[in-house]
Design a protein around this ligand. Structure first.
Ligand SMILES: [Zn+2]
Length: 268
């Protein structure tokens, strides 16, 4: 008997809070979602689960960060009242945000005024802003995305092709030499083709998942936050090397792709 038992992640929306967005470069309202790891038996949840992380999503730009463990942020049910959310934030944190905002303003308007260290610091922060989100997405494993749906669609088309036209191919003798050399009949040949193509599509989709994830979820956001700084290749390279040597996911960024995305932002 096959027992289907495992763990899944349940997402509970808790409300909204104020936080400093590293992309918007100001305090904004974030949507707060708690992630619980829940055991399941045949996809029926067992218990209410264990809080593993909290996701914050910027309501202005969609920037996401994952916090582990979740700090004790005051959360409100509605998203509209940023003022009262800010009033809940401790004064020392508010002061930190103000200083960060001023630094970000200089970085945006007069990046040449920044010292060499502050520039590197700004570049590193842009990368660091995304680390938690990327690391948790990678840890959650391969998810179905557009490219996989396309691959599956192509596979179904191939299947339909065999079902409706396979007989004609055999009759027309198009695949007779293949049948002779493999010793399979038309049905067997179809089955083998479907199996091999299915496995090939699955392997391709899994192997290229990470680079698709980075293309869709990392380069556009990272480029938006880096573009005003006009970082040099050396600056990007030194930050990436530092992240990579610390074993962080953001150290795996492809600089050619990132620099292309930054140039695109600057061209606008
Ligand atoms: Zn934002």
């Amino acid at each position: 008997m096959l027992i289907v038992w495992g763990e899944k992640i349940r997402r509970d929306r808790r409300g909204f809070c104020a936080n400093y967005c590293g992309l918007c470069k100001e305090p904004v309202a974030f949507e707060v979602t708690d992630l619980y790891k829940v055991s399941h038996l045949y996809y029926i949840s067992l218990g209410s689960g264990e809080l593993t992380a909290t996701e914050l999503k910027c309501t202005a730009c969609g920037n996401e960060m994952t916090l582990q463990p979740m700090p004790d942020i005051p959360v409100q049910p509605g998203r509209d009242d940023l003022e009262s959310m800010l009033a809940d934030v401790p004064p020392d944190v508010q002061k930190e945000w103000q200083e960060q905002r001023e630094k970000d303003r200089v970085a945006r308007e007069n990046p040449e005024q920044l010292s060499k260290e502050d520039r590197l610091d700004q570049v590193a922060q842009s990368f660091a802003n995304m680390e938690n989100k990327v690391a948790s997405a990678i840890a959650e494993g391969v998810k179905v995305d557009g490219a996989m749906m396309l691959g599956f669609g192509a596979w179904v088309l191939l299947l339909l092709f065999f079902i409706f036209l396979g007989e004609h191919l055999v009759k027309l003798g198009v695949i007779s030499s293949l049948m002779q050399s493999t010793g399979l009949d038309g049905f067997g040949l179809g089955m083998v083709t479907m199996l091999v193509s299915g496995v090939a599509i699955l392997i391709w989709a899994t192997a290229t998942y990470k680079s698709r994830y980075f293309k869709k979820n990392v380069y556009p956001q990272l480029a938006t936050s880096l573009a005003p700084l006009r970082p040099t290749h050396d600056e990007l390279e030194s930050v990436r090397t530092m992240l990579k040597s610390n074993g962080l996911q953001m150290g795996k960024v492809n600089l050619d792709k990132l620099e292309a995305a930054i140039l695109e932002r600057q061209g606008r």
